[in-house]
Design a protein around this ligand. Structure first.
Ligand code: ADP
Ligand code: G6P
Length: 460
């Protein structure tokens, strides 16, 4: 993180997950880079900006001495842990944020509301507010991120006022915001929107998410929304904006040049000589459309027997939210599907699907991106999807083709340079894959140039 070298600190970033996640290994604490689009998109800020980053360290630390040790190790990165007891953290993170709110933000039906996790969500937002207000000085900009902390702007504003501190509050949502009628599924829908409306500025990834939010404020709270991008509510004026998050492409191009990655690329190229490589990298999450992806690939293999042993899908499914039942069920389903696909299409010469349920190191990730002819991303809904950007950053030589679901936020900026499809339509997906692997070089080049320019213009 950016170092704060004396003087006044004027930016505080807040997110549930810190950029470093702490684990207890053999009695001592170790931290590693957290995965996910939020951390990726904010990590680049450290190059140009100095800030403190408040968040949950990812584990329970009870002992005061241990807390000091964890805080010290994170201090070097300007990351400030907010310690939570494990039951509270579990109910807030798994219970409300990921079992109730996340699915609703992504248009998943059948969500059941429960009061215990909701109470924990409120409590955790309060604990965050207490810690941040203590550190903030007048003039600090407090920039809150994501759906785990939607009540925080209101709690902050109240406490700051009590303490006579004047701070601007920004909020960025890294997920979609659904259409108003869908948002109604959440019984506490009003509380969350009111929580956000204490911000000065609220940012969304796309115009569609932003407009959904504005329309919801009008219909749910009778807020005034006649002026574009502004919401008037309870004598306050709140601005909204679209902010395109991006990546640091240089980090990928530099890594690609290292001897270790060059070696790995040579090995992979040799291994897949004469074979078209399709890559997928996703957190193991329903919203990534992984079951749809495997079904679509199965259909593609059925449709193109002439391509037997000539195409491989390398799918990395990064373990995520493993304490939530729906994620455990999904993992089981994917394993079964992967086994069935290979059972049906494998030959003594090889298997068409390599399904890896684990996290891969950054060097390996860049090598995979680099050797792949196609990147297949099948999100049923997705705030942005930065994997699409990362693939492009690693394809300067090959001009690989991006096959991107129309429901990824990135699609609203990248559709011209990619092949778009509906993730629930396996025939359309199969055709999109075929088109991608047979696209002529001049069309590949022009699509690639469009994407490269977009990624390079929207760096973080
Ligand atoms: P989401 O935020 O929903 O996970 P994104 O595609 O926007 O989806 O972002 C995923 C991010 O996680 C990417 O930047 C990707 O490189 C990163 N990532 C993937 N695998 C790993 C890993 N093993 N370790 C750390 N980060 C990873
Ligand atoms: C998405 C969310 C982030 C979250 C990330 C990883 O990008 O918008 O807030 O950090 O997924 O999920 P996790 O549950 O591991 O923090």
């Amino acid at each position: 993180m950016g170092s704060i070298s004396g003087g006044k600190q004027n930016l505080i970033i807040v997110s549930n997950r810190l950029p470093l996640s702490v684990k207890r290994v053999d009695g001592s604490f170790q931290s590693s880079l957290s995965s996910g689009g939020l951390v990726t998109s904010l990590a680049g800020l450290t190059k140009s900006t100095q800030f403190q980053w408040f968040g949950w360290p990812g584990l329970e630390v009870r002992d005061l001495g241990d807390r000091e040790e964890v805080s010290k190790s994170l201090e070097a990165h300007n990351a400030i842990p907010i310690f939570l007891d494990s039951t509270l953290a579990h109910e807030h993170y798994n219970g409300f944020s990921n079992r109730i709110l996340w699915p609703i933000l992504h248009y998943q039906s059948g969500v059941t509301f429960d009061d215990t996790p909701w109470q924990a969500y409120k409590r955790v937002n309060e604990l965050f507010a207490d810690a941040i207000v203590e550190s903030a000085e007048s003039g600090t900009l407090i920039w809150v991120h994501d759906y785990h902390l939607m009540l925080l702007p209101e709690l902050l504003r109240h406490r700051l006022k009590q303490q006579g501190k004047a701070c601007a509050i920004g909020f960025s949502l890294h997920t979609p915001f659904p259409a108003g009628d869908f948002w109604r599924n959440l019984p506490v829908r009003k509380h969350l929107i009111e929580g956000l409306l204490s911000s000065d500025l609220i940012g969304f990834h796309t115009d569609e998410y932003k407009q959904n939010f504005i329309d919801t404020c009008a219909s749910l709270l009778d807020a005034r929304t006649e002026i574009p991008n502004q919401i008037q509510y309870k004598n306050r004026l709140v601005c909204t904006n679209k902010f395109i998050v991006g990546i640091d492409p240089q980090k990928f191009t530099d890594t690609l040049q290292t001897p270790k990655v060059q070696d790995r690329i040579r090995t992979l190229k040799e291994r897949y000589k004469g074979v078209k490589v399709i890559v997928g990298v996703d957190r193991l999450d329903h919203i990534k459309g992984l079951t749809q992806k495997l079904s679509g690939f199965d259909t593609f293999l059925d449709d193109h027997p002439e391509l037997q042993n000539k195409v491989v899908l390398i799918q990395v499914a990064v373990p995520s939210r493993e304490d939530v039942k729906e994620y455990q069920d999904l993992e089981r389903d994917l394993c079964t599907m992967a086994g069935k696909i290979n059972g049906k299409h494998a030959t003594p010469e090889g298997t068409p699907l390599l399904y890896m349920h684990r996290s891969v190191p950054f060097a390996e990730l860049t090598a995979l991106y680099s050797v792949a002819d196609v990147c297949l991303l099948t999100s049923t809904r997705d705030g942005m999807n930065l994997v699409a950007f990362e693939y492009v950053a690693c394809q300067e030589e090959r001009h690989g083709v991006l096959v991107l679901s129309e429901f990824a936020g990135a699609s609203s900026f990248m559709s011209e340079g990619s092949i778009s499809f509906h993730p629930a339509n396996t025939t359309e997906m199969s055709e999109a894959i075929f088109k991608a692997i047979t696209l002529d070089p001049s069309e590949r080049k022009s699509k690639y140039e469009y994407l490269r320019n977009f990624v390079n213009e929207n760096t973080r």
